[in-house]
Design a protein around this ligand. Structure first.
Ligand code: F6R
Length: 246
């Protein structure tokens, strides 16, 4: 079941998301968190760091699993998701390095997928944080990814490469064309899912996710079949909801 929380702006998305995150981490200090990169969760991550510093909320027993990583960028590249997570979250918290899981795209990719699936199978994610692509992707599960997929290698769609060019000097040729991603069934295995989205360019994807047919063409539409999903969106991302389509 999807519950939609509509707020005014990005700051309020971060505040609402933090409230939910904080409750999970304080109720279960050894919880497992599923984490996303991209711009959508950055405000949430800032509030987690601020709260850790000011109020001492500890993440020392928390285990984390990230959704995805580019193929073809070394871990040390500033736009690798490994770098992103350390820069925007882990450097400000007390999560233990050995409890951090980010898919690796180094060496044999089939082996890396198998290992990530094995690690996920040993942990149930208590709270999975998601963003959404303008094409409805979750993780890097692009349209037409089977709903029963597990961690796999994907070819990124043109629209995703264009969307992500902003992190690569707006130069499409610099954006990796492949990624390793948790599959849709890995995401659906989480106890609770929290999807964050802001901005007009997410409005169609949000509409299709919440009100559309459950179809592999819109990966996020499968969330309708999960028992506990909360979608936190600003007015712009909510602007196509509950309106007749023009
Ligand atoms: C990131 C991820 C992607 C993003 C999505 C939205 O780990 O898996 O699905 O969540 O592309 O990205 P932003 O938040 O930058 O709009």
């Amino acid at each position: 079941m999807i519950r939609v929380i509509r707020v005014k702006n990005k700051q309020e998305i971060a505040e609402k998301a933090f409230e939910i995150m904080h409750q999970i981490v304080t109720n279960k200090p050894d919880c497992t968190l599923g984490l996303a990169t991209g711009s959508s969760p950055i405000g949430l991550y800032e509030l987690m760091i601020k709260d850790h510093k000011e109020n001492g909320t500890s993440y020392k027993d928390v285990t984390t699993f990230n959704l995805d990583e580019y193929v073809g960028l070394p871990k040390s590249h500033p736009e690798s998701y490994f770098s992103f997570m350390h820069r925007n979250l882990f450097s400000g918290l007390d999560v233990r390095e050995e409890n951090i899981h980010i898919p690796s795209s180094e060496g044999d990719l089939e082996d890396r997928c198998r290992e990530y699936n094995e690690a996920l199978a040993e942990n149930v994610i208590d709270l999975q944080v998601l963003g959404i692509g303008s094409n409805g992707h979750i993780g890097f599960n692009e349209p037409d990814t089977p709903f029963d997929s597990v961690t796999h290698i994907v070819d990124l769609k043109e629209s995703t490469i264009k969307d992500n060019a902003r992190f690569f000097d707006n130069d499409i040729s610099k954006v990796p064309t492949q990624a390793i991603t948790m599959g849709i069934s890995n995401v659906m295995a989480a106890r609770k899912i929290m999807l964050l989205a802001n901005g007009e360019n997410k409005a169609n994807a949000i509409r299709a996710t919440v009100m559309g047919v459950v179809d592999e063409k819109v990966p996020a539409s499968i969330l309708q079949e999960h028992p506990d999903v909360v979608i936190i969106i600003d007015e712009e991302a909510a602007s196509s909801l509950y309106k007749e389509k023009r």
